[in-house]
Ligand binder design. Structure first.
Ligand code: BG6
Length: 500
């Protein structure tokens, strides 16, 4: 059982929430890729918060990467990362405790040194502890990291979190799974897709299956089409080499967007346990038709090729929009439009379901009915998530003029925003507890690579788009006769300004 720790060790972090939602045992976490962008932006700040808030009853973190650092160098890097990326204020007392739980082993020191660091960390923790490894490395480096852990004898009785993308195509994903299974059993592997850890993504399940209101109309008879749209204003930051070898499809679509699509499209699972949820998601993936390259727009923002670390003749897409189909009883004939890209006009993460229009209209021409598109149910996947249902209603006054109105819900209205865990925090905590509900499976991932084969084999040419736009012009043909839901014609209501 977790116990309060000694003053100088990780367990001394305040256990304020009695760890009801966290793991029972202190954790030794080997973070491979510890000096990378994801580690700095999300993992170190996330682990800091989990420790500080008392979700983990004692923790030691051993950073491992190619960089030739020592423990102090890693602490310095971690401190800078927290200062730059943590959403919470960094108090000196909290940092003093957190810095003590950090250690570092350069990859060049070899498996023996990693093993020694893990054993030292275990000795510093009170009582029994558990081992968890986080592989925050690109697909090409995943296997050598797994081999390092195996050679160090750290695989048995441990858990391993693997970052996406999992492989780069069907053959590499199948081979990675096979090689991984030589070292780790499937139950030990947690393939992370942080979009599934977003509060708003899980709320799709609650919204669909905890209510009787929408599920009866959640099908091809009532829904006209679906959009999953994740434009980003962000460029490459420090990730040119990763991105060049990855591109928007592998970075975002085959991972995050398809996983979200499964939450939108799946049948009700028999329970909220990992196996029934995975089974329903995998059924959606099995029903997906292979992606037809004619239904794909690949884009690249102007200027990408002259960025540092990018091939001047690069064919990597920084933008992708596509139409896909789920050929089952619920969704046959309903197009799903997906879009994401870098350096676009706005940063948004929305899912939008467009409802079919009424079969006949008795409203006079010019009344405005239908003029602003169909009724929509829209989910905003931001941490401060929102939801909106838009419909036509009468404009007050004489005559019959119709306006698009909406019912909106904002998470901030609940006053519980402080309780929201950042996606990575939530998923790291789940993995430490051994809960695989929100993680992806080998079967699901392999099927997604399988439906991607036609696109990966014959990708359409990349089309240029100006930074700050919504992508190449041909995105409008792709979605016609419908229209992209973004940019919104009206902004979300701001809950902070209500009643002012
Ligand atoms: C990551 C991608 O997985 O997700 C990034 O590698 C992308 O390219 C990021 O920017 C988006 O995540 P979020 O949580 O900021 O929407």
């Amino acid at each position: 059982m977790a116990r309060a720790g000694k003053a100088s060790d990780g367990a001394a972090m305040p256990v304020k929430n009695a760890s009801k939602v966290g793991p029972h045992y202190p954790q030794v976490l080997v973070l491979v890729g510890a000096t990378g962008d994801l580690s700095k932006r999300k993992l170190l700040p996330g682990l800091f918060h989990l420790c500080r808030a008392g979700f983990i009853p004692g923790c030691r973190i051993i950073g491992v990467s190619l960089d030739d650092l020592d423990a102090d160098g890693f602490r310095e890097l971690a401190r800078k990362a927290l200062e730059q990326f943590s959403k919470r204020k960094l108090l000196e007392t909290d940092w003093a405790e957190f810095s003590q739980i950090l250690d570092y082993v350069p990859m060049s020191a070899g498996a023996g040194a990693v093993k020694a660091a893990v054993e030292a960390a275990e000795r510093a923790l009170p009582g029994e502890s558990r081992r968890i490894h986080y592989l925050s490395v690109p697909p090409s480096a995943a296997l050598s990291a797994v081999r390092l852990l195996a050679e160090a004898g750290l695989a048995a009785d441990s858990r391993i979190i693997m970052e996406k993308p999992f492989g780069t195509d069907l053959a590499s994903a199948v081979s990675l799974n096979a090689r991984l299974h030589e070292v780790f059993a499937e139950e030990q592997i947690f393939r992370i897709d942080h979009f599934l850890g977003k509060e708003a993504a899980q709320n799709i399940l609650a919204f669909r299956f905890a209510n009787g209101l929408f599920e009866p109309i959640w099908n091809r008879n009532f829904i006209d089409h679906v959009q999953i749209d994740v434009p980003e204003t962000l460029g490459l930051a420090q990730r040119a080499s990763f991105y060049e070898a990855t591109g928007a499809f592998r970075d975002m679509v085959v991972t995050h967007l398809f996983q979200i699509l499964a939450f939108v499209a799946m049948e009700p699972p028999t329970s909220l346990e990992p196996a029934p949820i995975s089974e329903e998601k995998n059924k959606v993936f099995r029903s997906m038709l292979p992606i037809d390259p004619r239904n794909v727009v690949r884009g690249q923002y102007t200027g990408y090729r002259s960025e540092e670390g990018v091939d001047p003749e690069s064919d990597t897409e920084t933008f992708i929009a596509l139409r896909c189909a789920i050929d089952n009883w619920r969704w046959a004939g309903v197009p799903f439009f997906l879009r994401t890209g870098k350096r676009l006009a706005e940063g948004q993460r929305i899912i939008s379901l467009a409802f079919r229009e009424p079969p006949k209209s008795m409203f006079p021409l010019g009344s405005g009915v239908g003029s602003q598109g169909p009724d929509h149910l829209t989910f905003d996947l931001a941490d401060a998530s929102k939801m909106s249902l838009s419909f036509y209603g009468k404009r007050p006054g004489p005559g019959m003029r119709l306006d698009k109105l909406s019912l909106q819900f904002a998470m901030r209205d609940t006053g519980l925003m402080g309780e929201v865990l950042e996606a990575y925090e939530r998923l790291i905590l789940d993995a430490m507890r051994g809960d695989r509900t929100l993680f992806t499976t080998a079967e699901g991932i392999e099927r997604l690579w399988e439906v991607s084969v036609p696109l990966l084999e014959s990708p359409p040419p990349v089309r240029l788009y100006p930074p700050g736009s919504w992508g190449p012009k041909s995105i409008h043909q792709l979605v016609a006769p419908h229209a992209w839901r973004l940019p919104f014609e009206r902004t979300w209501r701001d809950p902070d300004r209500l009643g002012s």
